[in-house]
Write a protein that binds this ligand. Structure first.
Ligand code: SF4
Ligand code: SF4
Ligand code: SF4
Length: 334
């Protein structure tokens, strides 16, 4: 390659401007803000769940997602069968899963028992998905705490999928313009004063919607109830006026998500160890809270691209000088 020194500096300038101007790949300003005071939240009480999956269908209806069709429907044309996706995917943002052991004869028992678990985005207080996203396409809203996704900012790297401790974000591999999909806590419904589709559909109160502080207080009230004592379990919300009295289960004395992994806005009660329900044991702070400052410092100031560009420029400059020296030597010898 034969470039004049003046041309080289022209290219260098254009490159620097391009790097500085590439707003779309810059991370936006953010910092951990904790849970907003009136953060919308969900309490899932596994002991109340009957595995009916009305919440899954409610989620799909609330978010305009296609209902999946069962084999029964596909094979025999039987209509109105329940949603039946195997796992979370881009069209299924909520899944009820089953834990079972031995003969699975008793509900909410670890040995020879079974229990249900609701799998969906936890809306973490210190979201690992947000921390690893180089363009801040995933961001926790400082007012609602909802972790949402910006189509214009996403570069499709899918780091969020790898980083999420709950394996939640799903990527539309099959689409020409793929999106990251997951539960966005029905923010469009909340904006209109409605509650989430899943808590509206749940007939037992297993999925309860409310402000985080009141939902957490309700969870702690349940932990204080003696096993077998009757408790008035509210349905949909604490304020709905609908309750279903029933004997309390023998809860594990822990509200999963109060502190786990830095805390979440979707918290869980269970009578079976949380790890058996697929909820990982996490420290009191997310791994991202330790690495976030360093990582975002690099991207935010465009330090990483500038260091890379500087390195490439230095190497190219050395080559240009070498070529010039060789040309001069060849001219002197001629
Ligand atoms: S909050 Fe909305 S999007 Fe999230 S699981 Fe419930 S219904 Fe689905
Ligand atoms: S559960 Fe996963 S996708 Fe949801 S906020 Fe937490 S890290 Fe992000
Ligand atoms: S609607 Fe309620 S009871 Fe039915 S599966 Fe969902 S959480 Fe469980």
């Amino acid at each position: 390659m034969n470039i004049e020194r003046r041309d080289f500096f022209k290219i260098l300038s254009i490159g620097a401007l391009t790097a500085a101007g590439s707003k779309s790949v810059q991370a936006r300003d953010w910092q951990y803000t904790g849970r907003p005071p009136k953060a919308p939240a969900l309490l899932y009480d596994s002991t109340l769940c009957i595995g009916c999956k009305a919440c899954e269908v409610g989620c799909k209806k609330a978010n305009g997602l296609d209902l999946d069709h069962s084999d029964l429907e596909k094979t025999f044309g039987v209509s109105n069968t329940w949603d039946c996706a195997d796992d979370l995917d881009t069209n299924s943002w909520l899944k009820i899963k089953l834990y079972k052991n031995g003969d699975a004869s008793v509900k909410d028992r670890e040995t020879d028992g079974f229990a249900f678990m609701r799998s969906a985005c936890m809306h973490c207080v210190e979201p690992d998905c947000q921390s690893v996203c180089p363009t801040s396409a995933l961001l926790k809203d400082p007012e609602t705490g909802i972790v949402s996704w910006d189509v214009d900012a996403c570069c499709g790297c899918r780091y969020c999928q790898v980083a999420c401790p709950f394996a939640i974000p799903k990527f539309e591999y099959e689409k020409a313009f793929p999106k990251i999909e997951k539960c966005f806590l029905c923010e469009h419904r909340l904006a209109e004063g409605q509650i989430t589709g899943c808590s509206e559909a749940c007939p037992t109160g297993a999925t309860l919607f409310g402000e985080y502080e009141t939902i957490l207080a309700e969870a702690k009230r349940r932990l204080a109830v003696k096993e077998g004592d009757t408790y008035d379990y509210p349905v949909h919300t604490l304020e709905s006026g609908v309750t279903k009295p029933r004997p309390a289960a023998k809860y594990i004395n822990h509200v999963y998500g109060e502190k786990d992994g830095g805390g979440t806005q979707y918290i869980v009660l269970s009578a079976v160890p949380f790890s058996k329900l697929g909820l990982p044991k996490l420290p009191e702070h997310s791994s991202s809270s330790k690495s976030e400052a360093l990582q975002h410092g690099l991207y935010q100031g465009l330090i990483a691209p500038i260091v890379l560009f500087g390195g490439l420029a230095a190497a190219a400059f050395r080559n240009v000088r070498q070529e010039e020296k060789e040309e001069r030597r060849a001219q002197d010898e001629a």
